[in-house]
Design a protein around this ligand. Structure first.
Ligand code: CTP
Ligand code: MG
Length: 406
């Protein structure tokens, strides 16, 4: 069940509670914590997890505060006025309104947990989606029990000391497939205090993934001060140093009669074309391997095996786009690419502008970030004798540690 470009991960934040125990002048998710409404802090923590495609915030129909806070959200965040009487009603209402595909994954996270770290969320995703056997129904962040635990009778007399080694305090996010969670919640909400308890009832395997006790749920007066301290500490961390990675790619294809010549996604008029399983776009294949190389995500053959009929005659722009998306989900942004095409004939110069524009469009970057050069092989060797063409490429990628998966 490893993550591929087909894996979709969404987040859902139930934020429709009234905060009775907090007893503030407004629902606690709108209290100011470390200079901002708590909900804005919580949403931002999840926005920093680049693998999450969309974030749904579930509020009550009568919510009077959300419009102001929603101004701070990125376009990835959508507000749903689908909250219900209990937390589980809000989750079910939100999931139903969001209309997500059943096989997508959804991270349900309390609005009242603004201190969660993006690295903890990424850890949960890695543990659940990286499950070797693929039989996990999901996983939750949880805090290992630190205190000695007692069971007492109604008169508060201790009955026993409960061994704490196997005990965890459930936190959020909790990650499940949308279909599984819908099935679990529609089976009845009585006694359901978190998503896992509903899924457990179906007898499905759910994993606990350890997180800091600092991922606390702001519940009672004073908790907001604790959250402020924790968030303050995070804000005081050293500035994030971006990670920068270079990748290299190489490819070659034979020239044959009766094939179209496609270079950089552009058809070039010529009496021959490159031979291969896909459209044999030697330039895009070198670039694809360069992007994969920089992100250390394997190589083109691994992602698009020539033995797989679905890639027969494939438009190589589609392959490159899928690889850029894979890198993006791991937090990477393309800084620039540079490629060299070696071809004895035809002259590439007249097509260079179109090739650069096509490559830039496929990568989703500006033309200025794309360099393509062409040379002949001075009539030497196979390429010089027009038996084929070859290409080399480098790609530079960048990400902030917060956006990374670890
Ligand atoms: N929640 C919700 N819908 C509800 C109740 C709770 O979306 N009907 C949300 C809360 O907004 C919160 C999370 O679920 O983000 C966890 O719930 P809890 O901490 O219990 O918040 P409240 O219900 O608001 O607080 P209280 O129980 O003290 O009233
Ligand atoms: Mg509650």
């Amino acid at each position: 069940m490893s993550e591929t470009s087909e894996t979709h991960i969404y987040a859902l934040i139930p934020a429709a509670g009234v905060g009775r125990r907090m007893g503030a002048d407004r629902p606690k998710q709108y209290m100011t914590v470390a200079g901002e409404p708590m909900l804005a802090q919580t949403v931002r923590a999840l926005e920093r997890v680049s693998r999450i495609e969309r974030i749904f915030v579930v509020v009550s129909a009568a919510d009077a505060w959300i419009d102001e806070v929603a101004k701070t959200f990125s376009p990835r965040v959508k507000v749903l006025r689908a909250g219900g009487a209990e937390r589980a009603d809000s989750v079910l209402g939100g999931l139903t309104a969001a209309q997500l595909p059943g096989d997508a994954w959804v991270l349900v996270h309390d609005a009242a947990r603004p201190c969660v770290r993006p690295s903890e969320v990424n850890h949960l995703i890695d543990e659940v989606l990286g499950d070797a056997h693929g039989d996990l129904a999901g996983g939750i962040l949880a805090v290992p029990m630190a205190d000695t635990v007692k069971r007492a009778d109604p008169q508060r007399m201790i009955l026993e000391t409960v061994p704490r080694a196997d005990l965890w305090r459930a936190a959020t996010p909790q990650l499940f497939r949308v279909g599984t969670l819908l099935r679990a919640l529609t089976a009845g909400l009585a006694g359901v205090t978190d998503e896992a308890s509903a899924v457990e009832r179906l007898g499905l395997p759910v994993k606990v993934v350890s997180c800091r006790s600092a991922n606390l749920k702001v519940t009672e007066p004073g908790d907001e001060k604790l959250a402020e301290l924790i968030l303050g500490e995070k804000n005081m961390q050293a500035p994030q140093i971006p990670q920068i990675r270079v990748g290299q790619g190489y490819d070659s294809h034979r020239l044959v009669e009766g094939r179209r010549l496609i270079l950089g996604g552009v058809e070039i008029p010529f009496e021959k074309g490159l031979d291969g399983h896909s459209d044999a776009d030697v330039l895009l294949h070198a670039l694809t391997d360069a992007v994969l190389g920089a992100a250390a995500l394997g190589d083109i053959g691994q992602h698009f095996p020539p033995s797989d009929p679905q890639w027969k005659g494939a438009d190589s722009r589609k392959l490159l786009r899928a690889v850029v998306e894979l890198a993006r989900r791991a937090g990477w942004t393309i800084v620039n690419v540079d490629a060299t095409l070696v071809a004895e004939r035809p002259k590439i110069g007249p097509h260079m502008k179109a090739i650069r524009e096509s490559v830039a469009q496929t990568l989703g970057v500006a033309v200025e970030q794309v360099s393509v050069k062409a040379k002949t092989n001075e009539r030497m060797d196979a390429v010089g004798h027009e038996e084929g063409m070859m290409a080399q490429a480098v790609a530079l990628l960048v990400r902030t540690p917060e956006a990374s998966r670890g």
